[in-house]
Design a protein around this ligand. Sequence first.
Ligand SMILES: CC(C)(COP(=O)(O)OP(=O)(O)OC[C@H]1O[C@@H](n2cnc3c(N)ncnc32)[C@H](O)[C@@H]1OP(=O)(O)O)[C@@H](O)C(=O)NCCC(=O)NCCS
Length: 263
Amino acid sequence: MKPSLPDLIVWGGTGNFKVLCELLRDDYHIIGYFDNNPNIAPEYRGVPCLGNREAFLAWVRDGFSTPETHFFTAETRRRGELRGEKKGEKTPRLRVSAVKTPLVSAVENTLHFIVSIGPGYGQVRREVHAELLAHGLLPITAIHRTAFVAENAVVGEGSQIYANATVCVDVQIGRNCIVNTRASIDHECVLEDGATVGPGAVLAGLVHVGENADIYTGAVVLPRVRIGAGAVVGAGAVVLKDVPAGAVVVGNPARVLERSPKM
Ligand SMILES: CC(C)(COP(=O)(O)OP(=O)(O)OC[C@H]1O[C@@H](n2cnc3c(N)ncnc32)[C@H](O)[C@@H]1OP(=O)(O)O)[C@@H](O)C(=O)NCCC(=O)NCCS
């Protein structure tokens, strides 16, 4: 008999979630996703949106298993009941037959989770991760079957390595990092917690990326360069020298952009 897959919830329902769905489909039973945006899609590839943070907290309070569910319905969304919801307002409580709840395993403390909040939000990713952890859910680390991760590389809890990415020898990747599609992290690089490396970006050897920093699509970072905490490296930039914490750099050679990024 084929063993059943472990149950998993995902926090976040945007494009990043779609990538994770493909990555995790063979290894986990994704029972649904939570997102605070009331306009998020009600389902993706048969996986339902289970509601926002309040819905999640109600679910936790009820021990994960109550038949009286608190999840949103597509109908509620259409009526706009959740739009303009103010802090402190009660989340509508609705029974949703579409959500099949094989949630008994959560009671046995075997419900897994991963936070799928994309680039620009490393700190939020970390905070949501800490909250779900505090509720007793089990974090996973997601590595695509086509990614190469060297045997002695370290990949922290909650981090995600997408298709065709390369994580070379002696690399250390912290918690809640994202190494996006076809990104390349060469020998002895360090990514601190919450860092994101965008699609096709290349970090040469011994690069150090500070916490919550974002290196966007196709950027190239030369050997030994240090990217400061919370810094942003724009798409296609070629970074020759250290980037101060919080700075935004663009171009070749990369120069500091004085404006703050909108994303
Ligand atoms: C770096 C970045 C975050 C800056 O965003 P921003 O602050 O909104 O910047 P703006 O779009 O207002 O542009 C400001 C200036 O920088 C220039 N600029 C912005 N991004 C640039 C880039 N990647 N390379 C070169 N120049 C860039 C703009 O042309 C503009 O120049 P101008 O003032 O002479 O007109 C953004 O442009 C970027 O590169 N985003 C990457 C997105 C991405 O790869 N996402 C993938 C997610 S997986």
